[in-house]
Design a protein around this ligand. Sequence first.
Ligand code: UDP
Ligand code: MG
Length: 319
Amino acid sequence: MANLLTIVTPCFNEEDVLPETIQELGRIINDLIKEQLVDPDSKVLFVDDGSQDNTWQMIKEYTEEFPWATGIKFNRNYGHQNALIAGMQTAVKFSDLIITIDADLQDDVNAIPKMVRKFLAGTDIVYGVRSKRETDTVFKRNTALLFYRLMGKLGVKLVPNGADYRLMSKRAVEKLLEFKEENIFLRGIVPLVGYKSEKVFYERKERFAGTTKYPLKKMIQFAIDGITSFSIAPIHLIFGLGVFIVLMGLGMMIYTIIQGILGNVVAGWSSLMISMWLLGGVQLISLSVLGEYIGKIFDEVKHRPRYTIEKDEYTNKFG
Ligand code: UDP
Ligand code: MG
């Protein structure tokens, strides 16, 4: 059979959820094997993103206990997106299809068989799409909505309510891995890979246990990365703002000259102060936007490795 499935699951300090995760994913993968939808050598690959708790010890135990469980371990925390990439990069050599899913079971595992069926019917990419987010906090829901709107306005194609929960065929993953940019934003890149795609809808559940590993600070960074690695719209915006401010300045100049001729020199002081502050502010914003892009270029030209794998049980299992 040429349909070996690997389910890639990034884990960062997930000792609280793993016992449930291993059970659920085990049930799914065993069912798929039993129904002969996937190869009997199919695997669940846990990527330990430099956890500080017992996550790796637990993964190690699962590896010994279940033939289908395996893991790789980073030497430190490289972030969710890098964990996903490392998992795919490691798995793609042996797999015909790869599904990525978060460890916390917020994304319904029962969508996996549906995804696999769509793959077997000839689809290369199957997106998991949340039909409801009622269990997310109001704050998370609204910030997420704002983010998708903003990205849309900036011309970045995203699957709305798409998580990093999706199936990709071998050739789609291989294409994806050819995108060499350092600041990878998978949700934005996957649609660029092309190939036939479909969606599977599911309800997003509450985090089974533990706390979110995406606090506000990481969420903001994620949004900034998403915007600046895909769009130069902010630069256009700053340019428009600059033109507007210059026109204002010209108006202010004429106004000041007239006031000067009329002898109300002291009155000009306030407008001078206002324009000074305004311009100062605009310059600072512009500089920070430019800095953001220069920072990106800086990252790209360094070509640093995205991650370092310290232990690799997956490749061991195959070879
Ligand atoms: N994660 C990771 N590295 C990180 C942060 C998160 O591998 O630095 C993993 C985490 O273990 C989980 C997934 O990424 O499997 C999504 O994180 P989380 O559920 O905390 O995010 P949320 O669902 O709150 O957006
Ligand atoms: Mg989560």
